[in-house]
Unconditional design. Structure first.
Length: 227
């Protein structure tokens, strides 16, 4: 074979893959990583769910109060004064205000200190899987003499914050923890995603004693790590 024929054979040999082959390979790689991410997320979510249910069972045992499922999905009653709601990455522990505080006061009752100590000890055991704790105070629309529900809620949230920090031992320098008050403006029936909420509906959500009792509450929101 002369040199000309050899050069023609080299030209005919397609060393580089075609553009279609490259694109197919790229798509397959992307699909692989997408499936891997989804699988990892499902594993993480399963782990969060297990941690949430373990925390509920531990609180029930620590407080000596029975756990009961409610009509709302992923919501559990522990005794009569604690409600726990599980969301995909957040767990909400709600205390009726009368278990923690007397009417229009912000100093913790002995009963409230005992409840927070029991629940707080369980949270401490699970801090490795929790990235943030928010303390939220809520009220009904009943006016307070010489004060506002927002101010009272703020003092109550700060009281719970100080208790969790000083008595339970949750260090805000190591574990994010915050305290805030919504006053009367976030009743239990108000959705975070509802742009149509207004003053009329706020009144409607505080019509009965049962509604107002539910709206007066302290909530601990536990935000779980997803990785």
């Amino acid at each position: 074979m002369d040199s000309l024929e050899q050069n023609e054979d080299l030209i005919d040999f397609n060393f580089w893959p075609s553009f279609a082959d490259l694109m197919l390979s790229l798509v397959l790689i992307l699909v692989f990583f997408y499936v891997a991410i989804i699988a990892t997320g499902m594993i993480n979510m399963s782990g969060i769910r297990e941690n949430q249910m373990r925390l509920i069972n531990d609180i029930s045992e620590a407080t000596g109060k029975e756990k009961q499922e409610t009509a709302s999905p992923d919501t559990y009653m522990i005794g009569k004064d604690i409600i726990v709601n599980n969301e995909p990455t957040v767990q909400k522990i709600s205390f009726a205000d009368n278990i923690l505080f007397d009417v229009n006061r912000h100093d913790l009752k002995d009963q409230g200190r005992a409840a927070l100590l029991s629940v707080g000890a369980i949270i401490v055991k699970n801090l490795a899987s929790i990235r943030e704790i928010q303390i939220q105070a809520h009220a009904d629309i009943t006016p307070i003499a010489n004060d506002t529900n927002l101010n009272l809620g703020s003092r109550r949230a700060n009281e719970v914050y100080e208790f969790l920090k000083n008595e339970v031992g949750i260090d805000p320098a190591s574990h994010l923890i915050s305290a805030t008050s919504f006053g009367e403006f976030k009743p239990v029936n108000r959705s975070d995603e509802d742009p149509t909420y207004n003053g009329k509906r706020l009144q409607e959500n505080n019509t009965t004693n049962a509604q107002r009792n539910m709206n007066r509450r302290i909530e601990l929101l536990l935000f779980y790590r997803i990785s």
